[in-house]
Design a protein around this ligand. Structure first.
Ligand SMILES: [Zn+2]
Length: 412
């Protein structure tokens, strides 16, 4: 519409002529719009240029060599990549939220607010006795009892103590209180100095647990890898149809994202499982990092994106993932008696299952191969693969939380 005013302004005409211009220009605008509509129509597989032909079982609804503006706007229109873009864009935002949540909430072993309640509790207690009791009960801290049992116990022993709602994180303070209440006896000591000393003791005991949590970088490396993979994939699906050059760059970015996700997925389990044995920690992490970088370099070769390389691509990424079995078995051998080792392995098996099914669906192009053209918009293999990747990565996130909690509470 802007072009109508532009033409009319440029020609400096009389009102009559301007009226005439407006009619003809609007006709021209209509024609232009119609032409644009035809030009930016979705096309079928057989009319695609060679570099955009990837899956012949998706028959129609392709965008082909649209200008960048139309390509960007097509995120809000329906075509055969719409759900591919959105599944991973939503996945990216899920992982962005998980990263923010993890950074803000998870390391918070206990907040200082809950520590402020301690003097109120202690005021009612026999402080000298409490001090010694506290010191004797502390070595039992790592033996964390069942949380529900703990809550129940606290409710019966100290019904007036409204502390639990303000506790958070790994329940370290709950552990502390679990050994405290039974030993409380009501005394008449209200000496402020003694109170202060006990408060400091308690703070000193809890502080190392709070301020020196186990390092988080392997967990955040995984979250970063997941976000990079999901955003790269989403961008690739949106922009690749623009031109051969963009498609070439985007596909490499997509493969790099997958390799980054698989590599960084190794970091939390390997780091936290073998954090007391740096040799194996470095061995496994070095191995997967080298394999990830090698995969990215290999994917830079032009031949890598040919459709006949689909199975090789799938099996390369599949192989990277499968190599994770080695550290997991190693962890089980070392820590078979630890419930956390079994718990995390459960998540890892589920993740392997989700990724495995994803790779299988990706390579076989099920279900569209059975009914070509029926799954162009929704339900084709790549969309299923995307959803399985997000689900697998989320499972891994849950496993990562178990590792963090395990090592925060038990150390090596
Ligand atoms: Zn994809």
């Amino acid at each position: 519409m802007g072009s109508v005013e532009q033409v009319c302004e440029d020609t400096n005409m009389t009102a009559e002529k301007i009226g005439h211009c407006k009619v003809s220009c609007s006709k021209e605008g209509k024609g232009k719009r119609l032409w644009k509509k035809v030009k930016y129509q979705l096309v079928e597989y057989h009319s695609l240029p060679g570099y955009l032909r990837d899956n012949e079982f998706i028959v129609g609804h392709y965008r082909s060599e649209w200008p960048m503006k139309q390509v960007l706007l097509s995120i809000f229109t329906i075509h055969n990549e719409t759900l591919n873009v959105w599944t991973h864009l939503i996945g990216f935002f899920i992982f962005l939220s998980l990263t923010i949540y993890t950074a803000m909430k998870v390391p918070k072993v206990v907040d200082l607010h809950s520590l402020q309640h301690i003097p109120d509790v202690l005021r009612k207690a026999d402080l000298h006795k409490l001090h010694s009791e506290l010191m004797t009960c502390l070595p039992s801290l790592p033996n964390m009892p069942d949380l529900h049992k703990l809550r129940k116990e606290l409710k019966t022993t100290l019904p007036s103590m409204d502390l639990l709602p303000s506790l958070s994180g790994w329940h370290v303070v709950e552990l502390l209180y679990n050994c405290l209440p039974e030993r409380f006896s009501i005394g008449n000591h209200t000496d402020v100095c003694v109170l202060q000393s006990v408060k400091e003791d308690v703070a000193n005991i809890i502080a190392p647990l709070m301020v020196r949590p186990i390092t988080r970088w392997p967990f955040f490396a995984f979250l970063g890898g997941a976000m990079f993979c999901l955003l790269a994939s989403s961008t690739c699906h949106l922009l690749s149809c623009h031109s051969e050059r963009i498609s070439y760059i985007m596909l490499r970015l997509d493969y790099a994202g997958i390799a980054a996700l698989i590599s960084t997925s190794f970091y939390p389990p390997v780091y936290y499982s073998f954090m007391c044995d740096p040799f194996f920690s470095n061995l496994y992490m070095g191995f997967i990092t080298v394999l990830g970088v090698a995969t990215i370099l290999f994917s830079l070769l032009p031949v890598f994106q040919n459709p006949e390389f689909r199975s090789i691509r799938a099996s390369l990424f599949f192989g990277m993932g499968v190599s994770g079995i080695a550290p997991i078995l190693h962890k089980l051998i070392l820590f078979w008696h630890q419930p956390e080792a079994l718990h995390t392995t459960g998540y890892e098996v589920l993740m392997g299952f989700l990724y495995g099914i994803g790779a299988l669906v990706y390579a076989t192009r099920i279900p569209e191969r059975w009914m070509p053209g029926k799954f162009d918009i929704a339900g084709h293999s790549h969309q299923l693969f995307h959803i399985l990747v997000v689900a697998g990565a989320y499972t891994h996130y849950r496993a990562g939380l178990v590792y963090l909690k395990w090592r925060d509470l038990n150390g090596c």
